[in-house]
Design a protein around this ligand. Structure first.
Ligand code: B12
Ligand code: SF4
Length: 495
């Protein structure tokens, strides 16, 4: 059966790096294992029209992924396909998982998959393959209540003829992650992607891959969309992880690896074992980075030191706020001292650090945001990343703002990006003006310190990446100009 998987286009107001979509790479891998002919169409890097691809490939089923700012483009892609072919179209990913009725109600979408997708996707593919009987099957036939094809499929929602949405039972999370095949990168045009982060000196043209060694997170921070995914933290065995590292390095020529786990160090012993195995097998020559952060309360020096010996060059920590009371309010389950400890440990063993900070959390005040800026300066990570609090649907913060008379200032899902300095909502005394002022101050006060300017100028990577770094800095300082140019393009694309 021919399977088409799509990553919809999205123009971010700043230039983030493009990497192959790991979720689609996993779906492609399970489809390939099922025996399907797979095609991935990543609209961020493709140079032909979607209609051309659909006409040529003639898929039997289409899967589209979507996060919140991409969702309008996802619907547009589905509408475009339906003009060419009435093929079953399935949508999944963080946004449809949180707002399933919205996507299920769209005439161009046939099925919404909630949460973790591999098992559900394969079950849907099995149904379509069986029912098409060697020919084609339409999305309409798949949904026809007379056929009762979807009633027993866990983890999906779909529209009934009366317009209501049927929500089937949740699918339990995959128990053994080792049972999954590795992400199928061979379906991506790898030469069209950038590196994850410039961890290596020769950035241009270097091959960068992602890996996920565990899924889920047992914490429930109020701002994090993690809350729509299974709560249970599940991990791959050290042997399975190291075998994939070996595959990425030896077979695919990886020069940099980005570890995408939400909280890789929930089990410190496991992460230490992975590090030991990487060292033992001589796989520690390729730099890897913990892109999204580890839990600071579990970042002891012994584990970090082993990770460094195993090739880990940089780690991030989600600090979020410099105010102790706010840490409690956002359910971070960490203290300022634990965060100080983690940064001290990383710095003492010479590991580069990234700190993620949020300006304008529900409950923030002028004083608490000031404490966040001062804490960032005190911790002094290599990179401080300040984000404007963006209330993603499905998060506890989103409910908090809605239930407490807050005013969401965003009109469109396209606007749910958080690197630019525009406030996304107001709540009580937390005004947009205050958040925007503090955001600007945060970047200026962190990066325009003489010691920081000197450190930046004396780093080799600053000069190797100069054009990109300069353009990013300008976009952070003048976000509106960039956004104003992009908005018409997004709206024109999405119709
Ligand atoms: C790596 C990453 C990035 C990378 C790369 C993204 C990429 N190309 O994959 C970068 C840095 C570019 C990035 C950017 C952004 N990201 Co991001 N990112 C992640 C991160 C940490 C890992 C993604 C991942 O690989 N997951 C592992 C795979 C296996 O899971 P998955 O992709 O969700 O796919 C599974 C299921 O969702 C489902 N599924 C997904 N699609 C489909 C499709 C079908 C048909 C089916 C059946 C199933 C299915 O099945 C998959 C396999 O189980 C996640 C957090 C997380 N834990 O997922 C955040 C996350 C996805 N990002 C998030 C956000 C907010 C953003 C930004 C909007 C931030 C910003 N700048 O403003 C941008 C948007 C970029 C864009 N172009 O649209 C949010 C999304 C929330 C939301 N409601 O949309 C997340 C969930 C973080 C969080 N916890 O809040 N991100
Ligand atoms: S912010 Fe990090 S620790 Fe908190 S819920 Fe999300 S992934 Fe877990």
């Amino acid at each position: 059966m021919r399977v088409l998987l799509i990553n919809p286009k999205f123009h971010l107001p700043i230039d983030t790096r493009t990497s192959p979509h790991l979720g689609l790479a996993y779906l492609a891998a399970v489809s390939e294992r099922r025996g399907d002919e797979v095609c991935i169409f990543d609209m961020d890097v493709e140079d032909i029209a979607l209609t051309q691809k659909v006409s040529e490939f003639k898929p039997h089923i289409v899967g589209i992924t979507s996060n919140t700012p991409q969702v309008k483009q996802a619907w547009l892609a589905a509408r475009t396909i339906k003009l060419v072919l009435d093929v079953p179209i399935v949508i999944g990913g963080p946004h449809p998982s949180a707002m399933l009725d919205e996507s299920a109600a769209k005439p161009e979408i046939n099925v919404v998959v909630r949460g973790e997708g591999e098992a559900t996707w394969i079950e849907l593919c099995d149904i379509v393959d069986r029912e098409r009987g060697g020919g084609d099957m339409t999305g309409t036939a798949l949904l026809d209540p007379a056929n009762k094809l979807l009633d027993g499929v866990m983890g999906i929602s779909f529209k009934l003829p009366d317009g209501t949405v049927q929500r089937n039972h949740d699918r339990p999370p995959i128990d053994s992650l080792d049972s999954l095949p590795w992400p199928a990168y061979h379906f991506f045009k790898m030469e069209r992607y950038t590196s994850q982060q410039p961890a290596i000196d020769a950035v241009e043209g270097s091959l960068s891959f992602s890996i996920m060694t565990s899924r889920g997170c047992p914490y429930r921070c109020t701002f994090c969309s993690q809350s729509i995914m299974p709560e249970k933290w599940r991990a791959r065995s050290p042997q399975n992880v190291v075998a994939e590292f070996r595959h990425l390095i030896k077979d695919l020529g990886a020069q940099e690896i980005g570890v995408l786990d939400d909280s890789a160090n929930i089990n410190r012993k496991r992460l230490s074992e992975i590090s030991q195995l990487l060292i033992k097998e001589g796989l520690n020559t390729v730099p890897w980075i913990m892109i999204n952060g580890m839990r600071a309360n579990l970042a002891d020096k012994e584990m970090l030191s082993l990770m460094k010996k195993a090739g880990c060059k940089r780690t991030a920590f989600g600090v979020e706020t410099g105010d102790e009371g706010m840490l409690v309010r956002i359910n971070k389950n960490e203290s300022l001292d634990q965060i100080r400890w983690a940064f001290k440990n990383a710095k003492e063993i010479g590991m580069e650090t990234i700190g993620f900070f949020i300006i304008g959390l529900p409950g923030d005040s002028e004083e608490s945001m000031e404490r966040t800026i001062r804490f960032a300066i005190e911790l002094d990570p290599l990179v401080a990343n300040f984000s404007m609090m963006t209330p993603y649907p499905g998060t506890l913060a989103y409910q908090d703002i809605r239930n407490n008379g807050g005013r969401i200032l965003l009109k469109d899902w396209d606007d749910y990006v958080f690197f630019e300095g525009k406030a996304r909502y107001e709540l009580g005394t937390l005004t947009a003006e205050m958040q925007e002022r503090k955001f600007k101050q945060a970047y200026r006060r962190f990066y325009l310190r003489p010691s920081r300017i000197w450190r930046t100028l004396t780093r080799k990577s600053t000069w190797l990446n100069f054009p990109r770094a300069a353009s990013m800095a300008l976009k952070v300082i003048f976000p509106r100009a960039t956004k104003n140019k992009l908005k018409p393009i997004i709206q024109q694309d999405a119709g």
